[in-house]
Write a protein that binds this ligand. Structure first.
Ligand SMILES: C[S@@+](CC[C@H](N)C(=O)[O-])C[C@H]1O[C@@H](n2cnc3c(N)ncnc32)[C@H](O)[C@@H]1O
Length: 274
């Protein structure tokens, strides 16, 4: 089992997985709503320059462009960049400023040219700490003083909750994957089953803030994105009922900084300021 994930592995995983529709399904809708809320909490008013490094098919980049921001998306998966360009062309009044194949470890932007950087993917896809730090140092470099970076990590404990709640805890093929996740946070999937994700690093919440600090950031907050909400029984029914959706969002907000709950969230977000 390799300890280095290659761009080929990432491209191959996303060749099967449809990132362009993911956020519109199941509990990923909670991930999206909460991510948007957490971005808007610190984002300066438009127009401002945003770099979405690991922007996938453009869900957040296009949403921000539609709100008047100058958004530059980059992603190593050409399919995602094409999907982002297609989404951008569907909003001709507010297209993306750019969408290019690239890597968050080497941003093609000048020093102190951005107001905000999103790292919603690279920090869990990169299994080596040095690579994750390279992304954060690049984000720091391209930000203007006072600019913000949002970094998403997958919780070290997400596999445990996911397998228990979604029915694959008993799969003997998954058992060694889960054991290594819990022991080291190093997620390795050589099963070929896309349900078990791809090679990745799963953070303890404290590790995410430690890396932001190491890259020079002041850490504004470390918060749960979904909190325990992603484990809700009959999630779709809750989400489609406006009253229950608001109750769910309010409950997640209430516990978003509770240290004893952070690791139960699928994703944890660190928000850093330069
Ligand atoms: C699960 S998707 C998330 C996409 C989007 N940011 C979101 O939050 O919905 C993770 C993304 O990170 C990208 N990624 C992986 N390694 C990366 C790297 N080294 N630099 C930039 N992006 C990377 C993947 O190609 C993928 O598009």
């Amino acid at each position: 089992m390799s300890d280095h994930n290659s761009p080929e592995e990432i491209v191959s995983y996303y060749g099967d997985a449809d990132e362009s529709s993911r956020l519109g399904t199941g509990w990923f809708q909670l991930e999206q709503a909460r991510t948007q809320e957490l971005i808007l909490r610190h984002l300066p008013p438009a127009p401002a320059t945003v770099i979405d490094a690991g922007g996938g098919a453009g869900a957040y980049a296009c949403w921000l462009a539609a709100r008047g921001y100058q958004v530059h998306l980059l992603d190593p998966v050409a399919k995602h960049v094409e999907q982002a360009r297609a989404a951008s062309s569907r909003q001709p009044q507010s297209p993306l400023a750019s969408a290019e194949v690239g890597d968050a470890r080497h941003l093609p932007h000048g020093d102190a040219t951005a107001d905000a950087v999103l790292l919603l993917g690279p920090l869990y896809h990169l299994v080596e700490r040095e690579d994750r730090l390279a992304c954060l140092r690049e984000a720091y470099r391209v930000l203007r003083p006072g600019g913000f970076a949002w970094g998403a990590g997958i919780s070290r404990f997400a596999s445990l909750f996911d397998s228990l709640a979604h029915g694959f805890f008993e799969d003997p093929v998954f058992a060694p994957i889960l054991a290594r996740d819990l022991e080291e946070g190093q997620h390795r999937n050589s099963t070929g089953n896309p349900l078990y994700f791809t090679d990745a690093f799963f953070h303890r919440p404290g590790e995410l803030s430690r890396d932001f600090l190491a890259a020079g950031f002041h850490v504004e907050a470390v918060v749960a994105i979904e909190g325990p909400g992603w484990l809700a029984l009959d999630f779709d029914r809750l989400w489609t009922d406006p009253q229950q959706r608001e109750r769910l969002l309010a409950a997640v907000r209430k516990v978003e900084r509770e240290p004893s709950v952070l690791g139960a969230s699928a994703h944890v977000m660190a928000i850093g300021r330069k």
